[in-house]
Design a protein around this ligand. Structure first.
Ligand SMILES: Cc1cc2nc3c(=O)[nH]c(=O)nc-3n(C[C@H](O)[C@H](O)[C@H](O)COP(=O)(O)OP(=O)(O)OC[C@H]3O[C@@H](n4cnc5c(N)ncnc54)[C@H](O)[C@@H]3O)c2cc1C
Length: 607
């Protein structure tokens, strides 16, 4: 199975990605240049990523007392990815980028996520450097961001702490001015940081010359106390090794020490670390405290970080989607080859007949079609959101603003829906394999383990759900929800005119109304404790409605093509979604609209 035809259909036929070339920023591009990027990424993923997916799982990163050791394959993959230019794919030509639409960048990265999600941590480096290109000073861009784009340095995001995960307002890493004249350092106002950062991906390794940590920390007030809440949080560049204004290593190690590696369920190709900042293991100028350079203004650290959240969350959603897709392809292949059982007929089974392949059993087909509907639907969702990022950056003012607001509403879905349902796809892929799926002789158990992370990081499932119902659907007087409803209704109007789609268009209309009325009912008392008690079922219903819309829209696009096997597959997956999945939303919304407090009110002792 190849991903390429599915991607080509969604990108070119459904989303009309080629028309982005009409924008001045992308004027040099054409379908040929996009295809050339996909060819390169597909090849690198096939040669440098896929063959080593199991290697990075079994040869976990380990610390030899001095260095973190990773398999050679990880070094090779990292180099090949950097050489492809993907680290700066969307950046301006002047900084060495390819000025590609984000839609194309996101699609190209799908090949790597499917081949080996954890061998490369390029998205972190790109995200880190992109943030600096927006919020950094000219010298910070030159010294840090550009060296990350070239692959010489790599980047991390240091938000979480052992006691502060979902609640970032409780971070306690402190940053104090580094002596007199601290503001005059050409690399940025210079501070000394002390604190512990937990769960930091790619926090220690020898893959690059240097590691550029972006660290959230609090600058104490005049009374020496940390300011409560997120207001007090600032953002700092903390390089593992000190550099001069030319980006050269000075030979001095910064005071950032590896306290330990976390041993994970999956995603093992990427190191995950507990880092101690400023404990004095590597004093700089004879003093304990990690040197950090302020990015942006003091106390605006979270705002800077949030700048890149949409893309980071599309990245997580795409990773979840592609892990699901990898499982789907593996189980489809298995189901076509595994003989087991005989057809059930009116006269029972005829044991004298040869066995059939399991793909011929209706229940196995059900499991395959569920995976296809989840994963191809999720890919459509991610590409749609990526396209909104491009609209936001390059469309006319009104369209750009609409795209911004739609993205606000859709981002929790883009992150969470594939994390839940493409994980379910991975579970079904194991089921299709029977006992063999439960062993390490087949790849599907690893896909499930790798995918299990996605409901946890970048905002847990529960936190995303509260963001959706508590903030996103309410913001700007509910205009985001109205914009989304308008787009869904536009699809319904077209679909209702097609006999093969009309019944589904009606079902989608009802689902949309139900989501709208449940949103109001959830907030009827204006009591957040009641409204948000069932935020996750709300997000599930919202997500399923969005996916039903996208499937209907995809089906409409498909109807204009020849009725070949891929078309039949798309129509089958769309019908599966409407028959087996969309009806679930009524149960989810029932507890939302009645503000059911069964869970919220059960006293702790009763558990
Ligand atoms: C493999 C891996 C890689 C990671 N990489 C990074 C990284 O590179 N950089 C980084 O900064 N962090 C990273 N993280 C951290 C990740 O973002 C956190 O694990 C996540 O934010 C959750 O924080 P926590 O683990 O402390 O869980 P907690 O916040 O303690 O949450 C535990 C449970 O309680 C729920 N919960 C918490 N608060 C609430 C609330 N107010 N209302 C309802 N439910 C709530 C959560 O939804 C969750 O189910 C990574 C984590 C992992 C596992």
């Amino acid at each position: 199975m190849s991903l390429r035809p599915t991607l080509d259909f969604l990108l070119y036929h459904w989303l009309d990605a080629e028309s982005l070339n009409q924008r001045a920023r992308f004027a040099d591009h054409s379908r040929e240049t996009f295809d050339a990027v996909f060819d390169t990424c597909e090849r690198i993923a096939r040669e440098k990523y896929a063959p080593f997916n199991r290697t990075v799982d079994t040869q976990e990163p380990h610390f030899d007392g001095e260095k973190v050791i990773l398999p050679q394959a990880t070094h090779d993959a990292q180099k090949a990815y950097a050489a492809s230019g993907m680290l700066s794919a969307a950046q301006d030509y002047e900084v060495g980028g390819m000025q590609l639409p984000y839609t194309v960048e996101a699609a190209a990265n799908a090949f790597f996520a499917m081949a080996s999600v954890s061998i490369g941590s390029g998205l972190l480096t790109t995200g880190n450097a992109n943030l600096l290109m927006v919020h950094g000073t000219e010298l910070q861009k030159e010294v840090f961001a550009k060296n990350e784009f070239s692959g010489r340095f790599s980047g991390t995001m240091c938000l979480s702490e052992p006691q502060a995960g979902s609640s970032l307002s409780d971070v306690t890493t402190r940053a104090v001015p580094d002596g007199e004249g601290f503001e005059a350092d050409p690399l940025g106002a210079r501070y000394r940081l002390k604190g512990n950062k937990m769960w930091i991906s790619a926090g220690e390794h020898e893959l690059t010359d240097n590691i550029i940590h972006l660290v959230l920390a609090k600058i104490p007030g005049p009374d020496g106390k940390l300011i409560a809440g997120t207001r007090g949080i600032s953002l700092f560049i903390v390089p593992k090794k000190m550099v001069n204004t030319k980006g050269e290593l000075t030979g001095v190690r910064n005071d950032v020490a590896l306290a330990g590696l976390n041993h994970k369920l999956g995603w093992r190709g990427t190191t995950n670390t507990l880092l101690n900042f400023g404990e004095g293991k590597y004093p700089v100028d004879g003093q304990a405290g990690a040197v950090g350079y302020l990015v942006g203004k003091p106390h605006e650290g979270l705002r800077c970080m949030f700048h890149m959240m949409n893309e980071a969350r599309i990245g997580v959603g795409t990773a979840a989607t592609m892990l699901g897709m990898a499982g789907y392809y593996a189980s489809l292949d298995y189901a076509k080859n595994r003989p087991q059982g005989r057809p059930v007929g009116v006269g029972g089974k005829d044991a004298s007949q040869p066995q059939i392949r399991i793909i011929e059993h209706a229940d196995v087909k059900r499991m395959l079609l569920a995976q296809k509907a989840y994963c191809e639907g999720a890919l459509a969702l991610e590409l749609y959101c990526a396209r909104l990022v491009d609209e936001n950056h390059t469309a006319e003012a009104q369209a750009a603003d609409d795209a911004r607001l739609l993205l606000e509403v859709l981002t929790p879905i883009a992150k969470s829906w594939p994390s839940e349902w493409c994980l379910e796809a991975n579970s079904l892929a194991i089921q299709v394999h029977g006992g063999y799926g439960y062993t390490r002789d087949f790849p599907v158990e690893q896909y499930w383990r790798d995918n299990r992370l996605n409901m946890i990081h970048e905002g847990t499932h529960g936190i995303q759900a509260m963001d959706l119902l508590g903030r996103k659907v309410l913001m700007e007087g509910g205009r985001g929800l109205q914009l989304l409803a308008a787009r869904i209704n536009a699809t319904i109007e077209k679909a209702i005119q097609r006999p093969e789609l009309a019944v589904h268009a009606n079902a989608l209309g009802k689902a949309l109304q139900h989501v709208g009325s449940a949103t109001k009912a959830a907030w009827a008392t204006g009591e957040p404790g009641e409204a948000l008690a069932n935020a996750v079922p709300y997000m599930q219903a919202f997500g399923h409605t969005v996916l039903a819309w996208l499937w209907l829209d995809v089906a409409l696009a498909s109807l204009s093509l020849a009725p070949d096997a891929p078309h039949a597959g798309r129509m089958g997956a769309m019908r599966y979604f409407y028959h087996y999945e969309l009806p679930k939303i009524d149960a989810w919304l029932k507890v939302v609209e009645s503000r059911d407090l069964t869970c919220a009110e059960l006293p702790e002792e009763a558990f």
